[in-house]
Design a protein around this ligand. Structure first.
Ligand code: ZN
Length: 371
């Protein structure tokens, strides 16, 4: 292995122990102005892996952009000050941050690209394809292929909220390691949709995980804090930073969850919050007509933990109301119930417990691997 030299990106050279901004060129827009995707590159003073963090592939999912900003600049919004989370001189490896993948979607406050396409179904893209395929290709080719690991940041659409949780292919040992290190209470197993950056990167040998946190069009403090902590945890796990991992209060790795949907249209009155524990048969919401003269009650078909919840009152038949992670272990049910009833407590005062992995609907196993 040669010397640990500068990191080169196009014309930009990032010296060891320093940081630079760079951009991915996407050609010109209709007005002849150059379009690009901005990058922060933080290049450590010691040899180490390359971690890429992407946000706002869905243009209105802003929390990820806020997470990257906090991570890169700290809460004073200035690099090189005492509240910075990362000192390039004390870092190993290279961190490439992509705060906004879908720049034009973000300007329109839209999930999709201006051509109406979902960029996160088009990876690895096509060099001579349509505009969104070209964007996907350029990002994948110039950034993702240079990575050893990837974290992709998302939120719920603006009609719902997601309690922070990681999604990962738990059959991939490295993805599972990254997901556990990130440190959310809930980890959902999924390979990701066909054409998503996470699935395509993992298939191409760049293990990737995804954070779902909060809702779109917002900077939500809890989501930002969770994301920054999670990325720092992963960096510590990969040996890029010194530091101890902050562990979750409890942890469940799940393969099964249940969407509870509206049986009828109407106005939705939810009785629970995101992050609530629910029991099978418990009433979680009512749907009324505007005059309240007819009421339909919705009960949870399973015992579990609510990771996603509708936040807008208007519903049509079939609309998703709550995403419940199924919890079968009695002990874990009790711990989650105690935890969610306790409300907001400082993390260090809450019990650290065994974790639980539900392999399928019919059974569950404790996951006791600690790495
Ligand atoms: Zn998304």
């Amino acid at each position: 292995m040669g010397e640990w030299g500068p990191f080169k990106f196009g014309d930009v050279r990032v010296k060891p122990g320093s940081r630079e901004q760079a951009e991915i060129d996407l050609g010109d827009d209709p007005m002849g102005n150059p379009m690009n995707i901005p990058l922060h590159i933080i290049h450590g003073s010691e040899r180490g892996p390359t971690l890429v963090v992407t946000a706002a592939i869905h243009g209105n999912e802003m929390n990820g952009t806020g997470i990257i900003h906090q991570l890169a600049f700290g809460s004073d919004h200035q690099a090189g000050t005492t509240d910075d989370h990362i000192d390039p001189e004390a870092m190993s490896g290279t961190l490439i941050l992509v705060p906004v993948v879908n720049v034009e979607g973000m300007l329109l406050q839209d999930r999709n690209a201006p051509d109406g396409r979902d960029i996160n179904r088009l990876f690895p893209g096509k060099k001579d394809g349509n505009q969104s395929q070209r964007l996907a290709h350029t990002l994948f080719d110039q950034v993702v292929r240079r990575a050893d690991y990837l974290i992709d940041l998302h939120t719920a659409p603006n009609t719902r909220m997601n309690v922070p949780h990681v999604r990962a292919n738990l059959d991939n040992t490295t993805c599972k390691k990254l997901a556990r290190a990130f440190g959310t209470e809930v980890i959902l197993h999924s390979n990701g949709p066909e054409g998503s950056i996470r699935r395509t990167a993992t298939d191409a040998g760049v293990p990737a995980i995804l954070l779902e946190s909060g809702t779109s069009n917002r900077f939500e403090p809890d989501s930002l804090e969770c994301g920054v902590r999670g990325i720092l945890n992963v960096m510590a796990k990969l040996g890029m930073l010194e530091g101890k991992l902050v562990k979750p209060r409890w942890r469940i790795l799940v393969r099964r969850f249940r969407w509870i949907r509206a049986p009828e249209g109407g106005l939705l009155h939810t009785l629970i919050d995101g992050g609530a524990s629910v029991k099978k048969g418990e009433t979680i919401a009512h749907i009324t007509d505007p005059f309240g003269s007819s009421v339909v009650s919705i009960t949870s078909p399973v015992t579990g933990y609510v990771v996603g919840l509708a936040t807008t009152p208007l519903v049509r038949p079939g609309d998703p109301i709550a995403n419940v992670v199924i919890v079968r272990e009695k002990k874990l049910q009790e711990i989650i119930e105690k935890d969610t009833q306790a409300g907001l407590k400082p993390r260090e005062h809450v019990e650290e417990v065994e974790e639980d992995e539900i392999e399928d609907e019919s059974g569950s196993t404790l996951d006791e691997t600690e790495s």
